[in-house]
Design a protein around this ligand. Sequence first.
Ligand code: FAD
Length: 386
Amino acid sequence: MMEKIVIIGGGGTGAALAHDLALRGFEVSLFERGELLSGTTGRHHGLLHSGARYAVHDPAAARECIQENKILRRIAPQALEQNDGLFVALDENDLAFKPLFLENCRAAGIPTRELSAQQALALEPELNPDLRAAIQVPDATIDAWRLPLHFFATARANGARIHNFSEVIGFDQANGAVTGIRVLDHRRQREHDIRGDVFINATGAWAGKISARAGVQVPILPGPGVMVAVHSRLTNMVINRLHQAGEGDIIVPQRQLTILGTSIWLAEDPDLAELPREHRQRLIDLCAKLVPAVKEAKVHSVWHAVRPLIALSGADDPLEISRDFDCFDHRETDNLAGLVTVIGGKATTMRLMAEKTADLICSQTGHNIACKTKTTRLMNYRDFYK
Ligand SMILES: Cc1cc2nc3c(=O)[nH]c(=O)nc-3n(C[C@H](O)[C@H](O)[C@H](O)COP(=O)(O)OP(=O)(O)OC[C@H]3O[C@@H](n4cnc5c(N)ncnc54)[C@H](O)[C@@H]3O)c2cc1C
């Protein structure tokens, strides 16, 4: 009988972990305090990154994104559109950024195709007609819910037990190791204890709150951002501004809506992050520079989500913080066995985050089992509800 691994957090990272560990033969249980994907994962723009957005200032994250972009196209083709993305230059500064952008995309292995303004407008007639240059990259639109639900469906078919509305409210410890968790079942309003061999904290922006319950710290910085959905699909491709990634410079088409993103700030507590009212207009104004029709479009909805940023780089500006991820073995960092935390990353890199964390679990438990998720085609998300 293989070890029992308990995952805390039912976002994309938890979903991909449940899938990876179940495929490797572990006994897997996952506990999510709300509905599955109700944290950050079910609320993001839905951009499958090519990595181009990070190529200049965050090359490690850029390389991970293009690698995972290619893998997800193979294992979950039904979860994404083949619509590509354009990085659009509007002024001299953007044009000056172009050579570095192209060089860094090349170094990260991200394919690019330079388009003239006329070619870009022929593909995307709603672009600002004064654009100066455009570069096509393999960005794509993903369904923020369905992609991780494909992972959940496959994990469950392989034996993983997935519990939603089950909040982890405490840890049991004995002899310097975590041995169990206390779970509040919100459906039945009942508390119960779960025992296991290894516990994985995959709670994203909430990872600091959970680890504090076990008496350890993780370097998490919750980084909220606002998104605005406007009616009608104004572009077919994902549109980014060709400059160092900033605020209000991404437009992601989602079915018959257009998602405008995003802003960024830091919050002490992900549960207390509030939606600043002025961000709605700021995002509309900034995105309208790329696609002027944004200004006239009717607003469908405004919401926010919270990034699980890692506070290791010492940067004060949240835009400067790497979008890379990390796994923490608390036996090494805090002398507390049986607990591992995984934080950071992007929805695009959920499979890779799971692979690295599952590799760590294998080495902790003395198993030499290779990861199979790169080549295992995922089941359809609908199978999760069967
Ligand atoms: C504004 C914004 C836009 C973004 N856009 C994109 C994008 O377009 N493309 C992309 O690739 N990435 C994007 N990201 C990043 C991406 O969404 C996140 O990196 C990713 O979703 C994090 O996944 P996760 O599973 O680690 O965390 P989460 O999805 O937050 O999952 C953690 C889960 O843990 C649960 N939890 C918390 N406490 C407990 C507890 N006590 N017990 C049980 N469960 C608990 C939470 O409810 C939550 O569901 C965006 C992020 C933001 C903020």
